[in-house]
Design a protein around this ligand. Structure first.
Ligand code: CP3
Length: 386
């Protein structure tokens, strides 16, 4: 990030008044340091933002997808107090607490606001329920007639607790730790809205996209517009980086991937940057494989999060040469632990840490993961000097 981009940041955002000075000060400093130093630096600013801004760090910044979750006893305790999962997301006390828990325990370089990608359908007035042990349940939106009844604009007042939690986390975080806001990519959110639940291969959404492309396109358009508004509000509330989760990108044929995954994501990135030109955005098109370079090119994201099946040589020469890469330890090896875990961590570092890199998992951490294994991983990454 250069200085002119940094100064346009303050001007471009509609800042909530009380936060403005703190916000600008905290965002401008890393950029100033970045512009004075050569690419490899050990500056104390925010390692995570440094990498997104174009630098390589000798020890890569580190966080984990789904880092606040059921593998943590302190999360399970708050989760129980909250009652339902959405009651946890929509209570700023609880959401702030569980967002900070993994930072306190492991000292990660980034906190991700505790919420869910399905709060957008919820704010659009769809019924969204999380049933114990079963995952999300929505009312299926699987015919053109039903799509005709879909609200165009979300009611963002129901998401106010998420923005409040962002403000509180932003105020509480150590200045070295970055704060990530997020949304689901339109394709992935639509798969849950159409089927009303998670399915192994997203057959219902793929079928609807073939049979009723116009109605399916209307769902996608609605998610695009509301995701732009949602992400902008998250930036206003203190998010410094945005991640767009496209968990189900990998089930689409190439042409459908471009139409339903890449293009709507590009519109979100463009829509956010039309208001905040230097917004830092990470894309996670899980399973995109050989289509990753095209995704990066078309969407203009600052970084991509890669899953564990990515081919390192291909990613280095076609993706990491353009943007920062984040990933990609297999969450299962984090459950396995031992020598296999050490080897896998070393492999990830050897594969990617010579370039712009953020250490992460290839997908979310699983509830049965032992905490000692996370500690083992963190230590190994932090002890590494590339
Ligand atoms: O990363 C974090 O720590 C922030 C919180 C976060 C959650 N969901 C909390 C959550 C984030 C970033 C998400 C994103 C999300 N939600 C995605 C995309 C990323 C991914 O993991 O694929 C998707 C597809 C969803 C939809 C969703 N939410 C599903 C399929 C489920 C059920 C599966 C499960 O893990 O239970 C959820 C529930 C959910 N979202 C939980 C958490 C911590 C578990 C609910 C609980 O505690 O009971």
């Amino acid at each position: 990030m250069d200085q002119s981009r940094a100064s346009s940041q303050g001007a471009g955002r509609c800042l909530a008044k009380p936060d403005a000075s703190v916000y600008q000060e905290r965002h401008t400093r890393p950029a100033l340091i970045a512009s004075r130093n050569p690419p490899l630096t050990s500056s104390p600013a925010k390692p995570f933002l440094d990498v997104l801004g174009g630098q390589r760090r000798s020890t890569p910044p580190l966080w984990m997808m789904r880092q606040a979750g059921r593998y943590l006893p302190e999360y399970r305790k708050v989760r129980e107090q909250a009652g339902g999962f959405l009651d946890l997301c929509f209570n700023p006390d609880f959401a702030t607490e569980v967002t900070l828990q993994p930072i306190r325990r492991f000292g990660f370089d980034a906190a991700i606001i505790f919420s869910d990608i399905l709060v957008i359908p919820y704010a659009l007035g769809r019924s969204v329920r999380f049933e114990a042990g079963e995952g999300p349940r929505l009312d299926p939106l699987d015919t053109p007639d039903k799509v005709a009844t879909l609200a165009r604009a979300a009611d963002f007042t129901v998401l106010e607790p998420v923005f409040e939690a962002l403000r509180r986390v932003h105020a509480a975080l150590d200045p070295k730790v970055a704060l990530i806001g997020f949304c689901g990519a339109p394709w992935t959110v639509a798969t849950y809205m159409v089927a009303g639940r998670g399915t192994p291969d997203q057959g219902p959404a793929r079928m609807m996209a073939y049979r009723h492309p116009q109605a399916f396109g209307a769902i996608i358009d609605t998610i695009v517009d509301n995701s732009i508004a949602y992400l902008l509000r998250q930036l206003e509330a203190g998010a410094e980086v945005l991640q767009i989760f496209d968990t189900w990108a990998g089930v689409l044929p190439a042409a459908e991937f471009r139409r339903w995954s890449v293009e709507p994501t590009r519109r979100i990135v463009d829509g956010v940057r039309a208001k905040v030109p230097d917004a830092k955005i990470i894309g996670f098109p899980r399973g995109a494989g050989a289509l990753l370079p095209g995704y990066v090119e078309a969407t203009s994201v600052d970084a991509v999060s890669i899953d564990w099946a990515a081919e390192p040589g291909f990613v280095r020469s076609n993706v990491q040469n353009r943007v920062a890469v984040q990933g990609n330890l297999d969450p299962l090896v984090l459950i396995a632990g031992g020598a296999a875990l050490d080897r896998a961590v070393d492999d990830v570092l050897a594969n990617y840490a010579q370039g712009r890199f953020i250490f992460n998992l290839g997908h979310g951490i699983q509830p049965e993961t032992p905490i000692a294994h996370v500690e083992q991983m963190v230590k190994r990454v932090r002890d590494w000097r590339g």
